[in-house]
Design a protein around this ligand. Sequence first.
Ligand code: FUL
Length: 505
Amino acid sequence: MTTGMNKLNITSTIVSMLFCMLMGCNPVDEAPPAPLEPFPSQNQVEYQQLEFIGFIHFTVNTFTDKEWGYGDESPSVFNPSDLDVRQWARIARQAGMKQLILTAKHHDGFCLWPSKYTEHSVKNSPYKNGKGDIVREFVEACRAEGLKVGLYLSPWDRHQASYGQPAYITYYRNQLEELLTQYGEINELWIDGANGGDGYYGGARETRKIDRKTYYDWPGTLKMIYKWQPKITVFSDAGPGVRWIGNEHGHAGDPSWSIIEKDSLVIGGSDQEYLNHGSPDGTDWIPGQADVSIRPGWFYHSHEDSLVKTPEHLVDIYYKSVGRNALLLLNFPPDKSGRIHPTDSANVMQMQEILRATFNENLSTDIEVNASSRYKDVALYAPGQVLKDNLTTFWMAAKNDANPALTLSSDKAVTWDRLLIQEPIQLGQRISSFVVEIDQNGSWETVFEGKTIGYKRIVRLPHPVSTSKTRIRFTGFRGDPAIAYVGLFLAGLLDKASYSGSVQH
Ligand code: FUL
């Protein structure tokens, strides 16, 4: 996974050395700092910048009012009266999502595309008299709205008679081949961990258990996946592109490392705390993806219409996922008509409005940034680089700086309650603890203590503070600290209206 990035680094090193020679500077001094292992592939850096993506759970369960179909549902129950796939994609785009993922097949085995390997699909449903292909409609709608596309193909299939035998692995791979070769570029494949148990299984109606470690031969399947879609991001408990965050509340932990030991992870059988936090001792770069539904269930149930998460609750989840170095994957399930319920769409839009209003104005524009030291004393890594909103320019502390810190100072006091900070993750994740302090009448007062930063960390203070100096001290690090961006913002009462959950951290 790191090979591509190594090539990239070597190329950028050569380019910057040539540039330096032309400009008359010392090429050795200006050479970019080496990344710390493990570090992300270029694909993973781009993927993490999607930040907020959406999930669509839709299948026979929508019509039978279930969460997990048994596998004996008749395709005739799948009959959306007013399906509008473009509406899903439009809402996702307007809500600020950059990608949508569709359950092409959930555990019940019903396929939303006319797979040639089964009769258990839309082709035997009343939808468009069996001529419909919802995967195709979905892919086209996402592209039309400028969204990337993801597909969920449940490994567990409670309909198939062969489930539990080797023949099912061929069936699963055949279906993957259909999905990954007939619909153009697919950006993410979502491999669910739920597996084995009771089901219809072609009429056997029994309990089947599989060995999660060996049954699926995931290494073999992954080779095929990358052959069909070389740039795809594969999600599962074990990645390898992005990993499950270990719960379905949308909460990443603190610490939240994008680093983990891949060999200790098993799809559907990993330690959930370990997934939630990762570990600086890991050997692989697999960032966390925090999935959560806007309703209690993943599929639509009319009795949950009054239980849709409020905009303020969704904002809280955003802080606990994107604000803690993870991606947020938010599910909104279409109803029986095939459209997203108005409450769900209104709440997700308001969530986005709160976030836009909060992060619209960076209060650190008239600010001067000073640092305890800078890497090789070179302008390229000067503290002021943290005011540029990108990952590629950054401040870096000098080697052997035992007390690295950044101080943001202004003539006038700034009132803030959100501090957004980012590491240039292409250099690896470095910081393991930090402290935020504010100057109060000449002495430093600690207002926050956190562990990891990673791609993005958003510090939330329960109340705004006014200060002309904010200092961030990096108290633990596994490599010289580097920071790509720091911003101060004010949320005030924007996200406090009706959500009474904990807002600290
Ligand atoms: C779980 C599944 O069992 C749920 O039904 C849902 O699809 C969720 C996203 O993943 O493992």
